[in-house]
Design a protein around this ligand. Structure first.
Ligand code: GLA
Length: 377
């Protein structure tokens, strides 16, 4: 029912948009989708390019072929003033610095943690590169966030296709993995990310994006007043190094209960360091379903998250500490300056038989879609 309502709304807004467009053909001649590119520096001899997608409302998303990194998302507030709702750096040097906390990038081959960087498939054990307290985080030392992707503009100027082949043995993962990611900016102010992958050997895959959102667009230096809803009755309990214990406690009566929207900061002090957990999403099926929302009352900006994934890492920027250099306009990003909603399979999936399967086999196609929908209320 909700889905039908959503579809109805979407088609209604598309129709409105189309009708508007007809009425104003002359004055809005330039108001079509645009996809432009500009150089953003070099790594060795490779040029890094920044692509800018603009929709007819003027919403913009900027993406680098380096790490498939979303550097900017410009969306209107309730007064129609544009604001950038993601954290980032002003130049490539910022993104290349060792302390870059995965701002805006694509994450893979395996988003989140794999305990001790080890797993077995069909009796064979694989060892990954370790980069997080003896564990593997976000695909290892040189994950997909640190490579240059091939970028191809798609017809219609509303999508950018990024492709990359990670070779057999890359970071210790088996199989040649071909990855395709399509970033699409829609007419109704959504950023949709579609992920696809194929392999020639069985291998774990868990792709996501690591945007750090602050919907105030620079007005609030933390997100503690943002109101968040997460459609989940359970979460994955973790040990002190954030490795799942295998248990899926109920959120009921705990600070992890976001089934009804509440301020992020409301009960966060009871969670050491802040939230950095995987929520087990309540799903109806396998399709694209709305699973989370975030709202900043000051700006009126609302972000709704739709995904096909079973999990959501809700991370409240716990490791930000105000020391990052080269940030946009030299803004200081203190702890909790932003939040991430990383749609995903559960952390350490390859070592947790009761978690949803994360092993992709030859002949199969990995596919996953996430949509960040922006509006105001
Ligand atoms: C994920 C992890 C966090 C942190 C960030 C990057 O969200 O769960 O613990 O490592 O990435 O800083």
């Amino acid at each position: 029912m909700k889905k039908q309502f959503f579809l109805l709304l979407t088609s209604a807004s598309l129709c409105l948009f189309a009708c508007n467009n007809q009425d104003k053909t002359k004055e809005t001649a330039a108001m079509t989708f645009q996809l432009t590119e500009q150089p953003f520096g070099t790594i060795n001899n490779d040029t890094v390019t920044q692509y800018t997608l603009t929709n007819p409302n003027g919403m913009q998303v900027r993406i680098l072929n380096y790490g498939g990194t979303v550097t900017n998302i410009l969306v209107p507030d309730k007064n129609k003033t544009m604001g950038d709702v993601v954290l980032g750096f002003d130049s490539l040097a910022g993104y290349l610095q060792a302390g870059n906390p995965y701002f805006g990038c694509l994450v893979g081959r395996y988003g989140n943690r794999i305990a001790k960087g080890k797993f077995s498939i069909d009796g064979q054990t694989y060892q990954l590169t370790l980069n997080n307290n003896g564990n593997t985080l976000h695909g290892g030392v040189q994950g997909l966030n640190k490579v240059i992707w091939k970028a191809t503009k798609q017809a219609g100027d509303s999508s950018l296709l990024l492709t990359y082949t990670s070779k057999d043995g890359d970071q210790g993962f088996p199989g040649n993995l071909s990855v395709e990611v399509v970033y699409t900016l829609t007419a109704d102010n959504a950023l949709q990310i579609s992920y696809a992958a194929t392999t020639d050997k069985a291998t774990p895959v868990n792709l996501t994006n690591h945007c750090y959102f602050n919907l105030s667009g620079g007005k609030e230096n933390t997100i503690l007043n943002h109101e968040v809803m997460i459609q989940a009755d359970q979460y994955t309990a973790v040990d002190t190094l954030l490795i799942p214990t295998g248990q899926l406690p109920s959120v009921k009566g705990t600070p992890f209960d976001f089934t009804v929207a509440k301020a992020i900061g409301k009960e966060m002090s009871a969670v050491k360091g802040g939230y950095d957990h995987n929520w087990v999403l309540n799903r109806k099926g396998n399709g694209l379903e709305k699973i989370a929302t975030a709202y900043d009352a000051g700006s009126g900006r609302l972000m709704e998250v739709f995904t096909t994934e079973p999990g959501l890492q809700f991370y409240t920027g716990n490791f930000l500490d105000g020391t990052l250099q080269g940030t946009k306009g030299n803004t200081i990003y203190p702890q909790h300056a932003a939040f991430c909603m990383e749609t995903q399979h559960f952390p350490d999936g390859p070592n947790q038989p009761s978690f949803p399967n994360t092993i992709l086999k030859p002949g199969e196609k990995y596919s996953s879609v996430t949509r960040y929908q922006f509006s105001v209320k």
